[in-house]
Design a protein around this ligand. Sequence first.
Ligand code: F0G
Length: 358
Amino acid sequence: RTQWRGVLREYADRLDVTDATPIVTLGEGGTPLLPADALSARTGAKVWVKFEGMNPTGSFKDRGMTMAVSKAIEHGAKAVICASTGNTSASAAAYAAHAGITAAVLVPEGKIAMGKLAQAIAHNAQLLQVQGNFDDCLDIARELAAQYPVHLVNSVNNDRIEGQKTAAFEVVEVLGDAPDFHFIPVGNAGNYTAYARGYAEDAARGVTTRRPRMFGFQAEGSAPIVRGEVVKNPDTIASAIRIGNPASWELALAAREETNGYFGAISDADILAAHRILSAEVGIFVEPASAISVAGLLERSAAGEIPRGSTVVLTVTGHGLKDPQWALRTADGGEVSPIVVPIDAAAIADVLGLTASP
Ligand code: F0G
């Protein structure tokens, strides 16, 4: 068996990749689509989880970044730039390092998870903490890319969306058709747009019989699409999707329209409850933003909107190790402190509630 070759080579026939494209890959894509029995039992649907934390830098961004960095180099770029809530910067930094070019990344000061900050620094990005929020960072990144020789690799760059659409192809290859519903976190709405495009292309190629209804979720404190207006000071513990003015807003509204989709808002408390269910009952560890897919499913299911037996796919976008602190919180917001025991098997058996075998 040969190894997975990354999304540009695996899907070369469905992407704008030619012999002139230098392929920069870290082996992204080919991520697991896992049945989630605990979620199926709770909802009566057949629930699958697309675990995008299994990409090389631990998030779905790698699918878009392989495309964006490869195309940037094809166009002669020596440096890329992005604004980020953390994952895009980690991914841009890794792909730029692999290609031997420079990455400049703008992140909101003090507002990105430690694991992501460490990744960008480890991969030798020029990381700048901007004294503003993500939306400020994106405005500046766009301005710099327009005026200086740096190539923008945020999802306003269509190459990013193109690379990310491959996740939908993978879902269809496993299920044999498109699901009835696809649940996904929404920040800039780039990934929502990318899946909708991937599924639309599969339907157009005749390999599926339907397009899934695209259900996207924002955190209550940063839900501009749900509210229908820009949120000036977005706030949520799900730092990855703390975005008040989504870049792909119009594209996402079009995709919702075309797929009879939905946008909903979820409280931070419900995000954390879903995070706990996913890690404790399904065995998948994600960062908080990713858990919103699970929270969204539970909310829509409770509202009676998900018919029994429906096939449902949830994208969970980023790995739990990027932002692990949330696992160490109790449901009421306290700190988990693991029990300390002496070096004594009998005492430990006692704490574990074990009785000696006869
Ligand atoms: N989940 C995670 C873990 C993310 O990092 C992001 C976006 C999203 C969901 C939302 O995806 O923006 O396409 O709607 N993170 C960007 C970043 C903004 O800079 O890493 P979207």
